[in-house]
Design a binder for this molecule. Structure first.
Ligand code: 5AD
Ligand code: SF4
Length: 476
């Protein structure tokens, strides 16, 4: 296995020097123009990508850019891309295509493409040929070198491409980060994936699993709590294998216990878990730790053992059921969600029915259902796939209908109950003008004189729908 590389403090200091060069250039330009230059960021894909964009935004701020609300107003545009499904790629490329007008009108604007999509082997050529408006391309492994790459572009290099990076991948600490300042924050605990599920491109573009040190993670958590964040999600492609690459003897459950001991009024969530590595120890730890939300996102992908095997998932449907039964025994109130792929190559009607049956039998609060998307370079891309698209689509819709039917009674069961929620924003509705999340992560639209955004509150549920609970706080 390729080894991870820890970026040294000197290397990070070097990037800070580039940030200062650019900040000075921008300060001079701001004097001439009368306003600071602006940067626009756009993110496709998962929470990990959102967390990466927060680092990019942090570096941009350090380099003297204000935030632009629209690409049209920006001096620098950064599009952070996803490669998990074709749809995400075509949307990102469509947006880049649309920027060619902007580039013609304002050639001085810098257009950057980064993230998982550009890390694929065939992408640099494609961008070079078909997207001449793109100035700077950097893959997932080069994220920490963004200041240096931008500097090269701004000081004369025609087009800058850096999608190299050995597959072991990097750990870079100490980069600036710009979060949105709301109630929620992402906290990456590890990067990469070693699982090589046969449909998935992630291990090829994000490199091998590597864990941040528990000291760094705890320090970042303490900082977040001090800044007032109350809903903190630990991120990793497969958090259950946290620590396997560290010298210290620590696993994910140990990390949770350590973080649970940090003082403050906050909730810890985590994603994503893999059924192959989720253990009874994890569920015992969750049950024990009062700051760990009783919420579990445990993707099962398919209910058919034959398909699971061909997906290289490393568990059976029976094992999955056993895990859920244990988690529910320990935490009867736990909220469950899962990812499912419909239409994997060779999926028969019977395979699909097993998936549907698992959904019916388990009772999920939320499902993320995807149509299989062929990713070139993955083993599944070479598998025979004879099922017509229309058949896959029909299965997909049957699965959604099954889930909707299963979720309504689960939502209704909350009627009349008093729940602790974290109020996190405002909603369009006038009757319930605020939004909140339960400890289990369920969405609640709520109303009440005493409710404040950013604070925990108690609400009584008086209405439900498929996707939302509605509740009122106590009146004084
Ligand atoms: N096609 C469809 N869905 C996919 N996922 C990953 N790769 C693919 C693919 N090629 C889904 C899985 C995973 C989620 C993040 O995306 O369900 O859990
Ligand atoms: Fe992809 Fe499987 Fe890794 Fe998740 S665990 S990122 S689905 S390879």
């Amino acid at each position: 296995m390729a080894k991870k590389t820890i970026v040294t403090e000197e290397q990070i200091a070097h990037q800070y020097e580039y940030m200062q060069f650019i900040a000075r250039m921008n300060a001079e330009r701001a004097q001439v123009r009368g306003e600071k230059p602006r940067a626009f960021t756009q993110t496709f894909g998962c929470q990990q990508n959102e967390a990466d964009t927060e680092r990019i935004a942090g570096m941009l701020r350090e380099m003297g850019y204000d935030k632009a609300e629209k690409a049209e107003e920006a001096d620098v545009i950064v599009i952070n891309t996803c490669a998990v499904r074709e749809h995400a790629e075509s949307r990102a490329l469509g947006n880049v295509g649309a920027l060619s007008h902007l580039k013609k009108a304002r050639p001085e604007v810098t257009i950057c493409l980064c993230g998982c999509m550009v890390q694929q082997a065939h992408m640099p050529e494609k961008i070079k040929k078909s997207y001449p408006q793109v100035d700077l391309v950097f893959g997932t492994h080069a994220l920490w070198r963004f200041p240096e790459l931008l500097y090269r572009r701004l000081t004369g290099d025609k087009r800058v491409f850096d999608t190299t990076g050995d597959e072991g991948g990097y750990i870079a600490e100490g980069l600036p980060v710009l979060r949105d300042g709301g109630t929620k924050a992402w906290l990456s605990i590890m990067y990469g994936c070693n699982n090589f599920c046969t449909y998935c491109i992630v291990p090829y573009v994000r490199g091998r699993e590597r864990s941040r040190s528990p000291e760094e993670i705890e320090a970042e958590l303490r900082q977040l709590v001090a800044e007032g964040y109350k809903d903190i999600t630990l991120l990793g492609q497969n958090v259950n294998s946290y620590g396997k690459d560290l010298e210290q003897d620590i696993d994910f459950s140990d990390l949770l216990r350590r973080l649970n001991a940090v003082p403050g009024d906050f909730l810890l969530r985590f994603m994503t878990s893999h059924p192959k590595d989720a253990s009874h120890k994890l569920f015992d730890t969750m049950a024990d730790c009062e700051k760990v939300a009783k919420q579990l996102h445990l993707p099962f992908q398919s209910g058919s053992d034959g398909i699971l095997k061909r997906m290289n998932r490393g568990y059976t449907a029976a094992h999955y059921r056993e895990l859920i039964a244990y988690a529910r025994e320990k935490m009867p109130e736990i909220t469950l969600s899962s990812d499912i792929i419909v239409g994997f190559p060779g999926e028969t009607e019977e395979d699909f029915e097993q998936t549907r049956a698992l959904v019916e039998a388990t009772g999920f609060d939320m499902l993320y259902t995807f149509l299989y998307s062929r990713r070139s370079g993955t083993p599944a891309a070479e598998m025979e796939d004879n099922t017509p698209h229309a058949v896959k689509q029909a299965r997909f819709e049957r699965l959604l209908a099954t889930q909707d039917k299963a979720v309504q009674p689960r939502q209704d069961a909350y009627l009349g109950r008093r729940l602790r929620v974290l109020v996190d924003g405002t909603s369009k509705g006038t009757e319930y003008p605020l939004t909140a999340r339960t400890e289990g992560g369920l969405l609640v639209c709520c109303a009440g004189e005493n409710l404040r955004v950013g604070e925990f509150a108690e609400v009584t549920i008086d209405k439900t729908s498929l996707r939302c609970l509605f509740g009122r706080g106590d009146e004084t």
